[in-house]
Write a protein that binds this ligand. Structure first.
Ligand code: GLA
Length: 693
């Protein structure tokens, strides 16, 4: 390690404790404005009631072959009997291309692999919209990008209406009445209560998208009043915020009639691990409330889903949805999703890996291009998350424990953040007006972002080295890597592992950039690159020092995933969870973040919320709670043959585009339909049976 001087304001300074006296403002700078980049299409803003309603219609329809092959043959009840008393009805006036026709397939390509079908038990289905299409949740947020800002509230879904008590502590929800799972079993409060009691409240279970009791507020209770009425009781007054937590992915009940017999509480022979794994990918026809049911799985090749004959949504002419008969999920890579969507051999992509932008833009600009590509706002962002638990989460060894202590040291975090050249990191992914310097916290350009409350520590390697010297990390053995002080982790080299997801080129590219840029600081960062599900498991279990990650929707919309903005509960936060004794060892500034987030949840006064988020942003960025890297826009790529794709659909706000575009309403006009169905004129079979019937 050669660097022992720092340059500040052009003057060389001898280094030592004196550096600690450098006032913070000298490390900070005016955050450069992100390069001008406007979204390529704007949503049409409407009221929730313009989109849908629940009502009985005089008649219902379904594809002809369903009637002739199944209903007339006596294997399926008539469509009117399969629908709830009052189905959800999508209004024609809100459909971009109006009422659709049946047929065709949406060919997705995904980079993940299915662990199995027990979504509420914690298994991933491979992402890319497969779980989104199978799950239905109490409320829905995906389409909210098109709802007027002053009327913003989650859409009803499985919960068709709700009412607050006068004192604001009780929320009573009416569930859709008479709807059925895709195997014909009734959906009712039993499914909701099984999810709540045995998957949320039972902390031996970790539902896939991170639902925990605190996601719905400390001390919140839920009970069933009758098969179609549920009652929430909150400690807070009118916490409308939790309506967002009742959407994807934290309140999407599973089929209790199938899952319950495998749950350890009801099955003495099963462990929790066995419950989680009871429905491996080969298990077909798992009952869903969503529009499509998995009927075929070929490892590393494809998952095929067919229309759910019991789906509970219709159009105004009474046509049972979905319009699309089949869904494909090619099991490939995320980068291939972009390539195939642009080439027309796939139908859909969230163009989110910046490395693919230029090629995708070039190819889709041609008139003959099979797909349209539209960029939205900068809602994709990456950060380094440092593990903040010093009391045992993830059971660190001595070295890892020493890293945790560093992670909790503000000077250390400042050193790391100013040691990074974000401009270069962004440019290494893609050149052009796409990436913006991201100091961490809420994303620039989103509703609650406030630039004046954002502290930006500027790139300054010399000052970074000064800070590291100042906290006693010195290269005692002259090998170019700083050492822990004698007595800490054997005085060994400061080695930090960096977890990243190999399913995404962007994740590992950024991680490699970080590793390189840490070298001049004398910090040895070691790649711990893992395939998606293994990475997720390690992150969930707290087995990481640092991790490079694409962030969730909480930093985009704030109203979603709100409880993940700070460690509001023992298991709500991505990088600080309770240690082995069940407690959280929060630093004072973390406690401030928790209080701010809880105050945000407890009020619906917008002026107050704006102020609270300013405070959140300041506390977060001043303390470098996570080390922001880069922020950029994504583009939605959809094959031109699809109709009813709403204008201005962002790829990530308020959910992924697979939810935002309301796929059950999407159709292909008859003259444009492709011949892609692998199981034409079939319906899902009985749960666990080999394929479609
Ligand atoms: C993955 C993909 C996203 C999106 C989501 C949907 O995370 O990277 O683009 O498709 O799955 O869950």
């Amino acid at each position: 390690m050669k660097r022992h001087t720092i340059a500040l304001g052009g003057a060389g300074l001898m280094l030592g404790v004196s550096l600690l006296a450098i006032p913070a403002q000298e490390l900070t700078a005016e955050l450069p404005e992100p390069p001008e980049f406007s979204a390529q299409s704007e949503p049409i803003f409407v009221s929730v009631s313009d989109i849908l309603e629940y009502k009985a219609l005089p008649e219902y329809h379904e594809p002809d072959w369903v009637t002739s092959k199944y209903v007339e043959a006596g294997t399926l009840p008539p469509v009117a009997e399969r629908l709830p008393k009052e189905p959800m009805v999508y209004k024609t006036a809100n459909m971009p291309d109006g009422i659709g026709v049946y047929g065709d397939t949406m060919r997705h390509v995904i980079g993940g692999r299915p662990e199995g079908w027990n979504y509420i038990g914690g298994q991933s289905q491979g992402w890319g919209g497969i779980d989104i299409g199978m799950s239905e949740c109490l409320t829905r947020t995906g389409p909210l990008f098109t709802v007027k800002a002053d009327e913003l509230e989650p859409l009803p879904n499985l919960a068709k209406s709700w009412e607050w008590s006068e004192d604001g502590h009780v929320l009573t929800m009416k569930l859709i009445e008479g709807a059925k799972w895709s195997d014909g079993d009734p959906f009712d409060a039993d499914d909701v209560m099984f999810y709540w009691n045995d998957n949320i409240m039972d902390t031996n279970v970790s539902p896939l998208n991170g639902g925990t009791p605190e996601t719905f507020g400390v001390g919140t209770t839920l009970e069933a009043l009758d098969p179609y009425t549920i009652k929430w009781t909150f400690k807070e007054v009118r916490p409308t915020q939790y309506l967002y937590a009742m959407a994807y992915g934290t309140f999407c009940p599973g089929p209790s009639h199938i899952l319950k017999p495998q749950h350890p509480k009801y099955n003495a022979d099963n462990t929790y691990e066995e419950y989680k794994n009871a429905f491996p990918p080969e298990y077909m026809n798992i009952p869903v409330m969503g529009a499509w049911v998995p009927v075929e799985y070929r490892p590393d090749d494809i998952i095929v889903l067919r229309r759910n004959a019991y789906y509970w949504k219709v159009d105004e002419a009474g046509n049972q949805l979905p319009y699309l008969n089949e869904m494909h999920y090619r099991l490939s890579t995320w980068a291939d999703r972009d390539v195939q969507a642009v080439a027309g051999s796939g139908d859909f992509s969230n163009l989110e890996q910046a490395e693919s932008f230029i090629e995708a833009l070039k190819r889709s600009a041609e008139d003959s291009a099979p797909a349209r590509l539209q960029f939205g706002a900068r809602t994709i962002g990456y950060t380094i998350r440092m593990n903040f638990s010093a009391n045992g989460w993830g059971e660190p060894d001595e070295r890892a424990q020493a890293v945790r202590e560093l992670n909790r040291n503000l000077d250390f975090r400042k050193a790391i953040t100013i040691g990074l050249d974000r401009q270069r990191l962004g440019d290494s992914l893609v050149r052009g007006p796409f990436t913006a310097i991201y100091p961490g916290g809420l994303y620039a350009g989103t509703t609650y972002y406030d630039k004046a409350s954002t502290v930006y520590y500027q790139y300054n390697v010399d000052a970074a080295n000064g800070l590291l010297d100042g906290i006693g990390l010195v290269d005692t053995d002259g090998n170019g890597v700083r050492n822990f002080p004698a007595g800490t982790a054997g005085g060994g080299d400061v080695e930090i592992t960096l977890l990243a997801n190999t399913d995404y080129g962007t994740d590992t590219n950024l991680a490699e950039g970080v590793i390189q840029q840490m070298e001049p600081l004398g910090i040895r960062v070691i790649a711990n690159f893992q395939q998606g599900t293994a990475r997720d498991d390690m992150a969930q279990a707290g087995q990481f020092d640092w991790s490079v990650e694409r962030q969730g929707s909480e930093v985009v919309s704030v109203v979603q995933g709100t409880s993940a903005l700070a460690p509001t509960g023992p298991r709500t936060h991505p990088f600080h969870r309770a240690g082995t004794d069940g407690t959280l060892d929060l630093l004072p500034f973390e406690q401030e973040l928790v209080d701010t987030v809880n105050a945000f949840i407890a009020t619906s006064d917008n002026a107050e919320r704006v102020e609270l988020m300013k405070k959140y942003q300041r506390t977060f960025t001043e303390n470098v709670y996570s080390v922001g890297l880069t922020q950029y826009p994504g583009a939605l790529i959809i094959n031109k043959r699809f109709a009813n794709i709403p204008a201005g659909a962002p790829i990530f706000m308020f959910n992924w585009a697979e939810d935002n575009i309301i796929r059950e309403r999407v159709f292909v006009p008859a003259d444009a339909q492709g011949d892609f169905e692998l199981h034409p004129e079939t319906l899902p079979g009985a749960p666990g049976s080999a394929g479609p019937m």
